[in-house]
Write a protein that binds this ligand. Sequence first.
Ligand code: ATP
Ligand code: MG
Length: 380
Amino acid sequence: MGGMKLMLDPGRRSSEVEFFEESLRRKVVGQDRAVRQLARIYQVFRAGISAPGHPLANLLLLGPTGSGKTRLVEAAAEVLFGEERAVLKIDCAEFQHSHEISKLIGSPPGYLGHRETHPLITQEALDQYHTDTLKVSLILFDEIEKASDALWQLLLGILDKATLTLGDNQRVDLSRSMIFMTSNLGSQEMANLVEGSLGFVSGVERDNTDLDQKIYKTASEAARRKFSPEFMNRIDRVIVFRSLQRDHLESILEIEIERIQERIMKSTAGKQFVFQCTPAARDFLLQEGTDAKYGARHLKRALERHLVFPISNLLSTDQIRLGDLITVDVEPGNSKPVFFREERGALLRPGTVFNPARALSAASTGTAARSLVPVHSAAD
Ligand SMILES: Nc1ncnc2c1ncn2[C@@H]1O[C@H](COP(=O)(O)OP(=O)(O)OP(=O)(O)O)[C@@H](O)[C@H]1O
Ligand SMILES: [Mg+2]
């Protein structure tokens, strides 16, 4: 023996996990701790040394409403599988009565309605998004504080043994699942804390660690009061989401505008077009969408109301057509955006098929024509 010792670097991570974390951080704003935790769990899974007979992780997500708890799980699905719906989502509020548990696991053979009940949690449902190289499932139990006793029992079993027995005695293996549970517990108290912090509304930069610590304390105390020690002991990690500040909302606005553009580009109506918002329009949307209590939920509502609804009117009245370039602006003193069309079909190339990617880049580099024509949404 007697060879040279080489110091190893356990801080170095695989490029795949770096990519996972980076992509997630770009989609989920201001929740770096949550993102980092998830990346760690993913790294353990990718290294193949997750604990056997246990879900990959049992995570309890707490924090103010509209702070990105559900979004984190959807974003992870997007990064891993290219689809935000690649999550088995169980809305616990739908199973508040113990007999409704059969909707989840099916009823035993011989029971009335046995053939009609298609259990929600099955091996196929769990595995449906697996690929050759990635066999991991994401499960989200939303609003667990609303779960019935029967659902609690079921959940305790899953969290502990990573197996579930269906009504017809088939076994479901959840050992390749990351289990996320969200709760609004303490959300009223948290909202009061957030509302009481003036930093949010005024948009003044300030240190918010104090507020976040209070939120963390409120959330974890509420969880310990409400949930049994049995349950809390099975949780690998409690992740408390931060309250979102104005600069977070600014980033979320950009992300959401991009997502609306993606919806337009993926639409099947043959009317793909590009829209761009002026700085005045962005300010307006942010102003309309800022609400301390409802976090980014309020921003999304503002975007639906001031962008999606008018745009759908413009589309269905043919004021916007394939390849158009639309500018969204807000004139001083106005309470809603105005929409302008540059030259009809500015982003179409004669003799070619409409290419969304090329249209987007033409719009962003300003190579499209520059003569603005106002279009009026029927919502006027
Ligand atoms: N941190 C964030 N980063 C990016 N987008 C966010 C963030 N928080 C919220 N959003 C946006 O707001 C929407 C609502 O947020 P989300 O559903 O994640 O809230 P939540 O924390 O689960 O709230 P609730 O407790 O009410 O369920 C998301 O779909 C997303 O578009
Ligand atoms: Mg949610």
